[in-house]
Design a protein around this ligand. Structure first.
Ligand SMILES: NC(=O)C1=CN([C@@H]2O[C@H](COP(=O)(O)OP(=O)(O)OC[C@H]3O[C@@H](n4cnc5c(N)ncnc54)[C@H](OP(=O)(O)O)[C@@H]3O)[C@@H](O)[C@H]2O)C=CC1
Ligand SMILES: N[C@@H](CC=O)C(=O)O
Ligand code: NA
Length: 408
């Protein structure tokens, strides 16, 4: 089987190297050899591995118009020109395997039906959770249950950065490390602002609830305003802070959000550190299912891509009906507890005043600083804002710095 590779960056190289390394194993499992015939890149002049060099092209037609290439692996990223290339590959009856959540979260359904019309498959296991098998279980096994909640850490870069910050490393250094290790997107804004996790929770939620979800309806908050002080304050209260994506279905509403959230020490996500992703799925009949593993990185992601290739070659077919419309609401419209961080003019007085407004709260403060944090009781974000507005009138409070949801 001859394969065309669109993209030869972190994941593309991983796929190429693993296909070579495990050639004999794959041939024995599939009964045929997998061979990369051509590789599309953007910059033909970039230095490449010698062995792959003769396969490199910057002309997509060399792959899209090659009748011998029956499977295209798309690991370029972005929506255009990628979508056009993938659409053309499908129209030429080529199967497609992609790691591209940007494209799948917006165009996944269109591409799926186009693939069906043309008698081919499109598979996208690597688009969520990197190397964790989550898409296939969701489609093949979990979909027979009424899944009502999905919650997890879906971005390796932001989890890596936050884990390093919890160890005392500053944000810029942690981001540089994540880029160096190949975890971050070409524009890491997508990782640190929560956009990447928003695409992934959109894909998982669409599959689980069988609903059409507009990715931009899900509120996304990034990790860029979290500092080492937050980890210390949250730690004193018995929590860590994690980049969480969550969605829950209730009737025809989907409540969803991506945000840094406080997570209790005994929550399964507390031990999900570094580039590892963790996903918890709750279903009516199955109860709770947990998945963990490398959410990004060259070889874990390449493994998911190659898993899809093998699945297609073994004749596995995916079947969906059209998804229903739904309405997406911010998750914070449901009641939750919040972490609130303030700066006090007079710490002792501020703590006293705050406990009058919010009864039944736990507080922490950083030694020799005016930073105070506390966890509220359960309320909606709208209600919290009213409380915070009242706090703004207190002489003992200099500023309200931030609030974050607590994951229950
Ligand atoms: N990195 C990871 O851990 C993971 C990545 N993904 C997804 O996998 C995909 C690839 O990611 P990654 O390998 O990290 O990305 P990279 O930025 O490392 O590589 C992208 C590759 O695509 C090529 N490319 C980009 N645009 C074009 C274009 N317009 N025409 C031709 N070639 C192009 C680049 O060419 P050139 O080499 O010339 O620059 C490069 O070879 C993305 O969708 C990403 O979201 C999914 C899971 C994990
Ligand atoms: N940039 C992404 C890569 C995998 O999807 C991440 O950090 O999770
Ligand atoms: Na995956």
């Amino acid at each position: 089987m001859e394969i065309g590779l669109l993209g030869f960056g972190t994941v593309g190289k991983g796929v190429y190297e693993l296909l070579n390394k495990n050639r004999a194993l794959m041939s024995s499992l599939l009964g045929e050899e997998l061979k990369v015939k051509k590789i599309l890149v953007k910059d033909i002049n970039k230095h490449r591995m010698d062995e792959a060099y003769p396969l490199i092209t910057d002309d997509p037609e060399e792959i899209l118009e090659d009748g011998d290439i029956r499977l295209v692996v798309e690991v370029m990223g972005g929506i255009e020109p990628t979508y056009t290339y993938v659409e053309r590959a499908i129209e030429r009856s080529k199967n497609v395997v992609t790691a591209n959540k940007d494209m799948i979260s917006v165009k996944g359904s269109e591409l799926y039906f186009k693939a069906k019309e043309n008698g081919v498959e499109i598979a996208f296991e690597a688009s969520v959770g990197g190397g964790i098998p989550i898409i296939k279980p969701m489609i093949d096994y979990i979909s027979n249950d009424m899944v009502y909640e999905i919650c997890g850490i879906l971005n390796g870069t932001s989890n890596y950065i936050m884990s390093r910050m919890e160890e005392g490393i500053d944000y810029d250094r942690a981001l540089a490390e994540a880029r160096e290790k190949g975890y971050a997107e070409s524009d890491p804004t997508n990782d640190v602002e929560g956009f990447d996790a928003r695409r992934k929770i959109t894909i998982l939620s669409s599959l689980a609830y069988r609903r059409k979800i507009n990715v931009e309806d899900i509120p996304a908050r990034g990790i860029t305003d979290i500092d080492i002080g937050d980890f210390k304050l949250a730690g004193l209260l018995g929590y860590s802070i994690k980049p969480v994506a969550v969605s829950r279905i209730a009737g025809n509403f989907i409540y969803s959000m991506v945000a840094p959230m406080l997570v209790e020490r005994d929550n399964f996500l507390n031990n999900v550190r570094g580039v590892i992703n963790g996903i918890k799925i709750k279903g009516d009949s199955l109860g709770e299912l947990m998945f963990t593993g490398a959410g990004a990185g060259k070889f874990p992601t390449a493994t998911a891509v190659i898993g899809d290739i093998m699945d297609i070659l073994k004749g596995h077919k995916v079947k969906f009906s059209r998804f229903e419309d739904c309405s997406v609401r911010p998750y914070s419209e449901m009641e939750t507890r919040f972490y609130v961080r303030i700066k006090a003019g007079d710490s002792g007085q501020a703590m006293e005043d705050i406990s009058v407004i919010f009864d039944d709260i736990r507080m922490s403060c950083l030694p020799e600083s005016s930073d105070i944090a506390f966890i509220t009781k359960r309320m909606t974000e709208e209600k919290l804002r009213i409380y915070l507005n009242n706090m703004g009138f207190m002489d003992s409070v200099s500023s309200i710095d931030k609030y974050l949801p607590v994951l229950d």
